[in-house]
Design a protein around this ligand. Structure first.
Ligand code: NAG
Ligand code: NAG
Length: 346
């Protein structure tokens, strides 16, 4: 009898624990915040909505500079989606289900510096993205955008001062023609089934530091990349491959080098000139800002000085007046004294 009791008790305990466990799982689901949280990071105000299973961006506080909406279920970016948040500088929309972006969906974000659209299902990009005036980092990794790259035409020149462009794993056979990208330093074109690698493509990127070509040149004939590899070596561009050993073969060393490489340097130098011009505009703007700031500071200081001097004068006049006032009663005893003296005399 006692044994049965303990068995029943153990079973009950087990059932309870299973139910309990299930309850906590369900509770955990329910307890996941469905709303965004806000916080200050890097001196900026940000909304964090990552991993909330949201199909829409809820109404957020205006003035946010960071929006992390990664890992949700967003499907489209229309002209209304972000129009109230034009102060956003960092926008993370990776791992959503975005398949369409309206032409003017991102145009209001004139301060946008980083845009992460990785791992969505975007087939077509609005040209306006490349015209965002502050955009420096653009992640398009893992989207089928470029799979029909012949249909993709990019308005040139690109206004966005891109220094990082990630178009890895985009099912690309051909690299798109960007035109000049004078600020680009990091270019990720890895994991694409590229069929060619033209040197011209890289001569318009005269500040390139690193290209990731991992798993992207395996469909090409070895000799067809020789000219580009030489260019990277000449301009000290670090290029990443999964295996460099084939570049050390005699076959590669003996590949014929095309003769028409004269224009490469011309394009490269035009790009450099453009880059220097942008830099000098930036520095001259900075110089003028400094001069303007200095002048304003001087004027404010001067006004302050004048004010202080004015206050000092007023105070001095007051004290002299008060001294005069105080001087009167001080004279009185003398007068009395004289009176007394006079009285004594009389
Ligand atoms: C380029 O992208 C791939 C995958 O998309 C990533 O694994 C790799 O780290 C990136 N390369 C660099 C240099 O960041
Ligand atoms: C480009 O110019 C450099 C010198 O500035 C020269 O060494 C190099 O051979 C030229 N490269 C090409 C591809 O013409």
């Amino acid at each position: 009898m006692h044994r049965y009791n303990s068995i029943i008790f153990a079973t009950l305990l087990w059932v309870a624990s299973v139910i309990g466990k299930e309850m906590t799982d369900i509770e955990a689901l329910g307890a996941q915040p469905s709303h965004c949280t806000y916080e200050y990071a890097y001196d900026m105000y940000g909304a964090h909505c990552a991993g909330r299973r949201l199909g829409k961006i809820p109404k957020l506080r205006t003035g946010i500079e960071i929006l992390d909406f990664s890992d949700n279920k967003l499907q489209e970016l229309t002209s209304e989606t972000l129009s109230s948040y034009s102060s956003i500088k960092f926008l993370y929309l990776a791992d959503n289900h975005i398949y369409t972006i309206d032409e003017d969906a991102l145009s209001p974000l004139t301060d946008l510096q980083t845009l992460d659209l990785s791992n969505n299902v975007i087939l077509e990009l609005p040209n306006s993205i490349f015209q965002l005036p502050s955009l420096r980092k653009l992640y398009l990794r893992g989207n089928p955008i470029f799979h029909k790259s012949s249909e993709l035409t990019i308005d040139k020149p690109i206004k966005a001062p891109l220094d990082l462009l990630d178009i890895s794993d985009c099912k690309m056979k051909e690299l798109p023609d960007w035109g000049y990208l004078p600020q680009l330093a990091f270019y990720n074109i890895s994991h694409n089934p590229l069929t060619s690698l033209n040197t011209e493509h890289f001569t318009v990127m005269c500040n390139l530091e690193k290209v990731d070509l991992t798993e992207s040149i395996n469909n090409m004939k070895l000799c067809s990349i020789r000219s580009t590899v030489l260019w990277f070596q000449e301009k000290r561009v670090f290029f990443q491959l999964e295996d460099y050993s084939k570049l050390n073969t005699r076959q590669f060393q003996n590949c014929p080098v095309p003769e028409d490489s004269g224009n490469f340097n011309a394009t490269y130098h035009r790009c450099k000139a453009e880059y220097l011009q942008v830099q000098s505009i930036k520095t001259s703007r900075r110089t003028w800002l400094t001069i303007g700031g200095g002048l304003a500071g001087f004027l404010v200081g001067f006004m302050l000085l004048l004010y202080v001097m004015h206050r000092h004068n007023v105070a001095q006049t007051k004290t002299t007046a008060e001294k005069l006032k105080q001087a009167k009663p001080a004279n009185d005893p003398d007068k009395n004294a004289t009176a007394v003296l006079l009285g004594d005399v009389s």
